[in-house]
Structure formats: C-alpha cells, structure tokens
Design a binder for this molecule. Structure first.
Ligand SMILES: Nc1nc2c(ncn2[C@@H]2O[C@H](COP(=O)(O)OP(=O)(O)O)[C@@H](O)[C@H]2O)c(=O)[nH]1
Ligand SMILES: [Mg+2]
Length: 209
C-alpha cells in the first residue's frame, strides 16, 4: 500500500460522537509507552501525526486518523499504567470496552506488545478478553531494533507458548520497529487485504450525530 495521505480527524470521549462507520477501522492498543504513537507515525510515514511520549495515562481519548481517504486508524489510550486510580481505571475499561464491542466498522484490533519483555499478564488478560468477545485481533511486537533478532524471537516464542495455554492457535503476528521501519510493509499489506473486502456495515444513523 502506498500512503498518499494521513490526517488527524477527531478526538472523542463518547462512542456516539465517533465518525460514521463507513470506512474500515483498525484500533491500535497496548500498554502505555509500548510505542503505539511511534508505530502509527511510522506506518503512515508522518512523524508528528500521533503524538509520542505523552504523560502515561493522560490521554483518555479515542483518536481517529484517516488514511488515503479510505480507512481509519484509531489510537486508543494505553492500559497498564501504574499511577492511575482504581476509579479512573474502571472508567477507562468501560469506555474502551464499549467502543471495542460496539464499533460496527472495526475490522481488527492491533494489540501492541513490547518485544523486549517476557509475556506480561496485563497483555494476556486483555487478549483473553478480546477472545471472549470474539473480536478479531493480531499481535504487533514493537521496538525490535532495541535488541538482537534472537532475543526478539525468544520473547515472541515465549508469548506464543503462553497463549497456547489458553488458545488452540496463535493469531497472526508482526515484528516491527518504528526506528528502522521493519514490519511496515507487512502490516500495511494486511490492512490492504481486509480493506479490499470491506462493505459498509449496518449502523444506526440516529446514533451518530
Ligand atoms: N528504539 C525504539 N524506540 C521506540 C520505538 N517505538 C517507540 N519508541 C520510543 O518509546 C517511547 C514511547 O513511544 P510512544 O510511541 O510515545 O509510545 P505510546 O505511549 O505507546 O504511544 C518513545 O521514547 C519512543 O521514541 C521503536 O520501534 N524503537
Ligand atoms: Mg501515545
């Protein structure tokens, strides 16, 4: 896929204020600091589009970006941040879960995993929840430039093994670096294939105002 345009569309705190679901949508999510904003910028080749390194837990917003006037990238607030109160964590969960389970045009949840780390409970819990909901997702391992290929492969393998304790198979996965652009073609190719089969879903016109 050649990226011709990528623009910020809107920030939302309410599901009903989201853009009408007429384009295929991909939601990017992961622990704060996993490299989500950097990955979005790398994919669309536009450095300042998604803001990097904001204070963790601060942006409780659903950010929409439109790419090639053809598909939406959604930047979701990160999970697993340490210094956040229980009530604000619960608020986050309710909001994100409502978005993920109700969004008619959501094609795939892109779950970002830090390739430097051994499997983290917070990631596995989130993935298991996606599975329970029957939501399609893939894994995107980030920051692969930070260590040797062997170390990355080892952590990916550990993650797969951890998943296979609960799942019969592992989802599609990508190994990426926003630093050197690796994995970019593969992720965009994946999106392109889904986009080509997209049909506008049924949705309630009155809901989106
Ligand atoms: N070396 C390297 N650093 C990265 C990569 N992705 C993100 N970072 C750095 O990790 C930090 C957090 O990245 P950011 O995109 O803001 O993470 P977010 O909180 O998930 O949106 C920043 O300092 C980035 O420069 C990567 O692929 N390689
Ligand atoms: Mg970010």
């Amino acid at each position: 896929m050649i990226i011709k345009s990528a623009e910020f569309l809107c920030s939302n705190t309410q599901v009903s204020k989201l853009p009408t679901p007429v384009l295929p949508e991909y939601a990017f999510i992961g622990r704060s600091n996993v490299g989500k904003s950097s990955l979005i910028n790398m994919l669309v080749d536009k450095k300042g589009l998604a803001k990097t390194s904001q204070t963790p837990g601060k942006t409780q917003l659903i950010n929409h970006f439109k790419v090639n006037d053809k598909w939406f990238i959604v930047d979701l607030p990160g999970y697993g941040f340490a210094r956040v109160s229980k009530s604000s964590k619960e608020k986050w969960e309710k909001f994100i879960r409502a978005y993920l389970t109700k969004r008619e045009n959501l094609q795939c949840v892109m779950v970002l995993i830090d390739s430097r780390l051994t499997p983290q409970k917070v990631d596995l819990d989130f993935i298991n929840w996606l599975g329970d909901q029957g939501l399609p997702f893939v894994l995107i391992f980030t920051k692969a430039d930070k260590q040797s290929k062997g170390k990355t492969a080892q952590n990916v393998e550990l993650f797969k093994n951890e998943m296979l304790k609960q799942w019969e198979e592992v989802p599609q996965l990508f190994i990426t670096s926003s630093e050197d652009g690796s994995g970019r073609d593969e992720v965009l190719q994946f999106v392109d294939e889904i986009n080509s089969g997209f049909e506008i879903p049924d949705f309630n016109q009155d809901f989106y105002k």
